[in-house]
Design a protein around this ligand. Structure first.
Ligand SMILES: [Zn+2]
Length: 392
């Protein structure tokens, strides 16, 4: 048995910290969470002093195949699967070292994230738990078509594509319900699929017990995805041709559906590194949209879209919660839930991940300072545990 002591604990849900926690772990799972008591005789004790313990972070939207350069699509295009897989292993390791213990990969090429997931399953210290979507399902030359997920031929074709993904062993179905910034010839505000096509895809995903999540920027694509019954919307930026503005009718539809929006806001700001000019210009409008979503009480999961730009390396999620407090005015506990318990539920892992509680997987992060006072403390990593094994 492993016994971890720390200064305080955020359990993934409660805004009030547990003081002087003692977390008991056996066989990769949390056996008990106590406060102010001595470890049982015979337990191996790890004393983290004044550090804050919390659930390992969950990035519900990442792309391990992309290299976070200024040209991730061009670089991927020129690389062999074998070389990409080597780079993906390193990205997975860097995410885990930052305390990101679960990564949902929402778009690879050639099912490489599925392959990596299976490889890492044998050694929890080599990387996070990975959930993989395989190549995102898209239209003829639609967003990210170059990843290999084009479904051409209406309802039957998209059903067949979902079935093939399920047979290849994916954990989630990713649908492109609008164009996107990374793909020439598509536009973020334009929805390429018919509602009937998206509905067939969601139905087929659910028949295989898989969640379906939709990339959707513009209001039309968001509305189509919600009407089709998706389990989550990625981005949800309400981008228009030259800006962004929340459409109250569509916001109401999302709120009524009770599904979360994955706000892919986490980014690293560093000298010489900035978001693309089009996005930078739009930033105040995007923040206003997210505040409108908050007002409508739509659950906002904080994620990264890691890999797509220099501002988004594989370990970038740790900056997200501080952005939710400073930019959206979220209380720190709310911002921390957005990368732990709420993110776990959104990924259909609510019974095993995202909380420090009896029966949950012992995926833990310890940081110096108090992230319940300031989530920026998430970057001061003291220790990381994955399935009860210390990796850092
Ligand atoms: Zn993405």
């Amino acid at each position: 048995m492993l016994a971890i002591r720390a200064g305080r604990l955020f359990d993934g849900v409660d805004a009030a910290a547990v003081e002087c926690p003692l977390v008991l772990i056996e066989n990769g799972r949390i056996l008990a969470v106590r406060s102010g008591t001595e470890p049982p005789a015979g337990a191996e004790v790890v004393d983290l002093g004044t550090a804050t313990l919390l659930p390992g972070l969950i990035d519900s939207h990442a792309h391990l195949v992309f290299d976070a350069s200024a040209d991730p699509v061009g670089h991927l295009d020129g690389a062999s699967d074998a070389d990409v897989l080597v780079a993906m292993r390193a990205r997975a390791r860097s995410a885990l070292a930052a305390g990101i213990t679960t990564v949902r990969d929402l778009g690879d090429r050639g099912y490489l994230a599925v392959k990596l997931r299976d490889e890492l399953a044998a050694d929890p210290t080599a990387g996070p738990r990975i959930l993989a979507a395989g190549p995102p399902i898209t239209t003829d030359r639609g967003h990210c078509w170059y990843l290999g997920g084009e479904a051409i031929g209406g309802v039957d074709a998209i059903r067949a594509a979902v079935r093939e993904h399920a047979e290849r062993g994916v954990d989630v179905i990713k649908l492109m319900a609008t164009g996107g910034e990374l793909t020439a010839g598509t536009a973020s505000h334009v929805p390429p699929f018919e509602i009937a096509e998206l509905r067939a895809a969601v139905d087929e995903a659910h028949r295989h017990d898989l969640p379906a999540t939709a990339h959707a920027h513009g209001a039309g694509g968001i509305a189509n995805a919600v009407a089709a019954g998706v389990d989550m919307v990625e981005h949800g930026t309400f981008m228009t041709a030259d800006g962004a503005a929340a459409d109250p009718v569509v916001v109401e539809a999302v709120a009524r559906a009770g599904i979360p929006i994955g706000a892919t806001i986490a980014l690293r700001s560093a000298p010489g590194i900035a978001p693309p000019p089009r996005i930078a210009k739009m930033l105040p409008l995007l923040l206003a949209v997210f505040r409108d979503l908050r007002t409508a009480e739509i659950p906002l999961v904080c994620s990264s879209d890691s890999g797509i730009a220099p501002t988004k390396p594989a370990d970038v999620l740790r900056f997200g919660p501080a952005m939710m407090t400073t930019l959206l005015g979220d209380p720190p506990a709310e911002a921390l839930r957005a990368v732990t318990s709420l993110a776990a539920r959104a990924c259909w892992l609510g019974d095993t991940k995202g909380r420090v509680a009896r029966g949950y997987d012992a995926d833990l992060l310890a940081v110096d300072g108090d992230p319940l006072a300031d989530p920026a403390a998430l970057t001061a990593v003291r220790a990381v545990f994955r399935a009860g094994v210390r990796v850092r």
